[in-house]
Design a protein around this ligand. Sequence first.
Ligand code: PRP
Length: 223
Amino acid sequence: MVKWSKKEKRLPMITESTHPLVSSLVNGLRDTRIDALRFRHMVAQITSLLIYEAFTNMPTLTRKIDTWQGRRAFDFLDEEAFVFVTILRAGLPMLEGANRLFPDVGSGFLAMKRDEHTKKSRLYYDRVPSCEGKIVVLLDVMVATGGSLSDAIDLLKSKKPASVMSLNIIGAPEGLARVERRHPDVAIHIARIDERLNADKFILPGLGDAGDRSYNTLKEEES
Ligand code: PRP
């Protein structure tokens, strides 16, 4: 079992953002007065910042473009090297944020639902483009028990990618440790590691159910 001290929350493959802009946005999401539109917008903004932090050493290629001084060669991130995959529903605004930065990257979808009684995730739909030889960037808001993320990585690894990385907004140490144990080769960039899970496997202090808050189904789920 991996344990973090208060000071050190960094495992070799798990990087928690230390940027105050990221913290402010994540803490803003905790405010229940934030409506669904603003919630999704902030999730997309955080995703852009996570990509900025995570893509430091990503592959670039040189392309010739027409500039005001004629045809010149410049370096660009190699969008063809990547595939983005999100887990529905909560991950959708993350994909929106990623797609705004990289409109040419192919995107895939996994639909998973965590059973609120067993707390286990179940895959009920997948539509993912070819991942062979690609850097697969998995986008999901929350890592609670880590079941959804671990299962999603299992599925993506079966598609022969060059590597898989995960971008997440908020997680619990227990869930991240579970993913780290099962997939020690997967880099996880997360905006905020919270304190722990409660008895219902919700992240504390957390931000509630990100899927419900994104799509105005909170009351429906409660009734
Ligand atoms: C949430 C969240 C993650 C999952 C994390 O999805 O978006 O995918 O739970 O939980 P885990 O780490 O314990 O597996 P949820 O099942 O609530 O679906 P939703 O996004 O449609 O609301």
